[in-house]
Design a protein. Structure first.
Length: 107
């Protein structure tokens, strides 16, 4: 990140590095649930809200998948089934790919 931006917003460079390290250490579980009227939701659990801004991650995921969603009790819910692409998108957000577990959906 540019040093001028860090100074402008009063951010410490160490904080940015700490969040990147924290993202690599996360153990993330992704699953699908059905709610009202059989609608599917992608549920993402295991992101530590003390070290990572879960609301910001939710916002980025909603924009990437062009869907609605929410963040409740450290759990991200996205409307629709996004299990096919979620691992690559989370990896693009600096989460370790091998720490993301996707539950197989029962048919």
């Amino acid at each position: 990140m540019d040093d001028d931006l860090l100074d402008k917003f009063g951010l410490n460079k160490d904080l940015m590095i700490d969040e990147a390290i924290a993202k690599e250490d996360q153990r993330i579980a992704v699953s699908i649930i059905k709610k009202k009227f059989g609608k599917k939701y992608t549920v993402i659990k295991g992101i530590d809200s003390k070290e990572i801004d879960v609301k910001q991650v939710t916002k980025k995921l909603k924009a990437k998948f062009a869907c609605g969603g929410t963040c409740k009790d450290k759990v991200i819910e996205l409307q629709g089934d996004h299990t096919g692409r979620i691992k690559d998108v989370l990896a693009a957000l600096d989460f370790a790919k091998d720490s993301i577990d996707i539950a197989q959906q029962k048919r």
